[in-house]
Design a protein around this ligand. Structure first.
Ligand code: IMP
Ligand code: MG
Length: 172
């Protein structure tokens, strides 16, 4: 498989993102990270280890692609958060923003829960496939329209364990 982004590049970029997020919220301000399962679990673990000061995290899961590589356009909540978001500084942590349908759905339902702030961090973005103008404050890497796996991202639940981000040939 062709490596698109190496583990070293990923780690360096996430460290920068962590610094930016911390400085935007301010030193000492609690930040509550909401990671979107399953794809974002590795990104979350690297991101929170690189952030100084008070941090909490929670997990949410949505169904997106099933076993294919094309979005159905339908988003369904399959696991809700454990904690309330009322009054918290929330950062949604997602692996990749593609059409933007998943994130716009999540932003809408989470905003309705009364967070003090709601921002979004995505490791990857494929802007050429966007179907709406979803706002993502923190983007790790912008990539072309190729199907990628590794570092938490899967194809049919496989390849999440790859330490680098690689292109799955023949997909998308
Ligand atoms: P969106 O709703 O089209 O923005 O889809 C976002 C979701 O689709 C992500 O959370 C991923 O789970 C999945 N996805 C989109 N592109 C890729 C890819 O290249 N590799 C793996 N998963 C992807
Ligand atoms: Mg996902």
């Amino acid at each position: 498989m062709e490596v698109l982004i190496t583990r070293q590049e990923i780690q360096a970029r996430i460290t920068e993102m962590a610094r930016t997020i911390r400085s935007d919220f301010g030193a000492g301000t609690p930040i509550h990270f909401v990671a979107v399962l399953k794809g974002a679990f590795m990104f979350l673990s690297e991101l929170i280890r690189a952030i100084e000061g008070p941090v909490t995290c929670d997990f949410i899961a949505v169904s997106s692609y099933g076993s294919g590589t094309k979005s159905s356009g339908e988003v369904r909540l399959t696991k809700d958060l454990d904690e309330s978001l009322e009054g918290l500084n929330v950062v949604i942590v997602e692996d990749i923003v593609d059409t933007g349908l998943t994130l716009s759905y999540l932003q809408e339902i989470l905003r309705a829960r009364g967070p003090r702030a709601l921002k979004t961090a995505c490791l990857l973005s494929k802007p050429s496939r966007r179907k709406n103008d979803v706002k993502v404050e923190y983007i790790g890497f912008t990539i072309e329209d190729r199907f990628v796996v590794g570092y938490g991202l899967d194809f049919d639940e496989k390849y999440r364990n790859l330490p680098d981000i690689a292109v799955l040939e023949g997909k998308a």
